[in-house]
Structure formats: C-alpha cells, structure tokens
Design a binder for this molecule. Sequence first.
Ligand code: AMP
Ligand code: TRP
Length: 328
Amino acid sequence: MTRVLSCIQPTGDVHLGNYLGALRNWVIGQHECDAFHGIVDLHSLTVTTEPGVVGENTLKLAAMLFAVGLDPDVATVFVQSHVPEHPQLGWIMECTVSFGELSRMTQFKDKSAKREAEFISAGLFTYPALQAADIVLYDTDEVPVGEDQRQHIEITRDIAERFNARFGETFVVPRPVIPRAGARVMDLQDPTSKMSKSSTTESGLVYLLDDPAAVLKKFKRAVTDSENEVRFDRAAKPGVSNLLEILSAVTGETPEHLASRYSQYGPLKTDTGEAVVELLRPIQTRYHELLGDREELTRLLRKGSERARTVAAATYQRACDAIGLIRA
Ligand code: AMP
Ligand code: TRP
C-alpha cells in the first residue's frame, strides 16, 4: 500500500479552509493508503520563544485531528518530538545538504526577510534538513503538499539521492503529489483571497472552534456584491460563489444546483451559516471531550508515536549502518 506522509505544525487554530481543503481528505485518505500524520512540534521551535506554548498547541491540534475523524486504529498520528530519530537523522541530513542549497530555499528567504529586526534562528535555515528526515524516516512514497512546500520536497529528493549515491541504497525517494482537490475556501471579508490564518480580518475567518453565534454572524456579514442575483461565477461574483461552494462542500450538492434555489443573498448566507454550524457541532463535541480527558488523548498519541517509532528506528539504523557508524 502506498505510504503517505502529511505533517502539520502546531501553530494557529484550524479554520474551515484547512478542514474542507485538507483535513477532510485526510480522513477519507486514511482508508485508501498507509497514512502517517505528524504533528511537527520541533519545526515550531524555529520561531518559539516562550515556555508552555508548543505543548499545549500540540495537544489541541491532536484533539482536532481525532475530532475531525482520523482514526488512531487506522492512521498513524504521532508527535515529532516523541520520535527521537527525527532530530537524529536530521543531523545526518544536514551533513548531506550544502549551505548553498539551503541558501536557495525561498521559504527561508521570505521568512528571514519578514523577521528582519528579529531573532533568526539557525533552525529556520536548516529546517529543510529536518523536514527531509521527517519524510525519509517513514519510507514515504508520497507527500501531499501545496505549492509553497514543493521546493522542500525537491530538496528532500536531492538529499535522499545523494545519500543513496554516497552510502548505498538506503532511502525511498519520495514524490510530491498535489493533494486531491478539496474545496478552496475564500476569506468571507475578502473573497478574492484564500481563507488563511495570516488573514488580517478575523471576521473573514471561520475557525472550527467558533461557537454557533460567531459562525452565523460571520456568514451574515460575508461580503457579496451590489447585484442581487444568486449565480455561481467565481470571477464575476466571488463572494456569492464562495458561499455556494462552502454550502456545496457541506451538502454534497453542486454549487450551480444550489444557486438555482436562491433569489436573494440573505437566505443563502443564513443557510450556509447554519449548515456550517451543523457540520462543526459534532467535531466540537468530540474535540472538547478529548481535550477534557488528557489521559485518553495522551494514550492515543502514545499509540501513534510507538507505531511511528518502530518504522523510524529501523530506517535510522539502516542509515547508520550504511554510513558505517559503530553500533552502541
Ligand atoms: P496552512 O494553514 O496554510 O498550513 O494549510 C494547511 C492545509 O490546509 C494545506 O493543505 C492547505 O492546502 C489547506 N488550506 C489552507 N487554507 C485553505 C483554504 N482557504 N481553502 C482550502 N484549503 C486550504
Ligand atoms: N514544512 C511544512 C510546513 O511548513 C511542515 C512539514 C514539516 C512537513 N515536515 C514535513 C510537510 C514533512 C510535509 C512532510 O507546512
């Protein structure tokens, strides 16, 4: 079965775009492939300066992944720092990539430029080596990523190939895959931009943990246009089309079909808001149950991390043996 790895950093709250665009597909995908999902807390350390924050965010994200439907008996959901082979192999990867290659990473250039007057950790620079370790440790065949991560997958392939050429066939060389198209959810206040955690207006973003009143209010205030015809047309009517696409993603009916049922914006906004409230209700209930029972949550994570570690430890040993490090 194809081994697929997705990783997500425990930063920021999960929003409707993440869910309809990605998480929901992970839940379906867990039955079609051998799915590994890492919560990459060590990656978050590149920009962490306060105690107690990463761990709490890790638990919250884990609760959310299980709440949306990742099944710990089917998918392997693990915490990166629970598998020490990640930073161990990360060092070996750092020694297999050049300073020049890392210097060409556009994400490093963007992120370090944005942090101009701030502390820029060396980890921010070497981050792609740790990401390469994340991937090759699991003999990963496929890594579903968006455009912004493509360069990191390419460098992972280069590192894996270089290691294999130097020390003998050791790592599976992974393929980047464009994730199966989920809905593309736009900002409710600025429907020409993707709903994103870096959005400037909170009211355009629907979080999975928003209470029903907040969700309904955000949809009621969604930006539409000055006409009053309900029609699915992304270019001419981005706001209305976004509402139709969200309602379509929730109900399974096509946006065009849904459009034919409305003659005014008000009822479309209300119905979409209500549909999202109902979509989120069971997710929120399960989330709060899990977060209220930290022992159970920890048990589920331990189970995933143990399974992850079995695979990772074998790969790491293979790498050490290939290099010829003396066994302890
Ligand atoms: P990010 O929050 O940018 O790290 O994204 C995590 C995942 O959610 C990625 O797989 C994205 O493709 C997906 N995603 C983020 N925002 C949206 C959005 N507005 N619509 C659809 N998918 C999204
Ligand atoms: N760098 C990715 C991001 O910023 C997160 C990540 C870390 C990742 N390790 C990974 C993604 C391994 C895919 C595979 O979103």
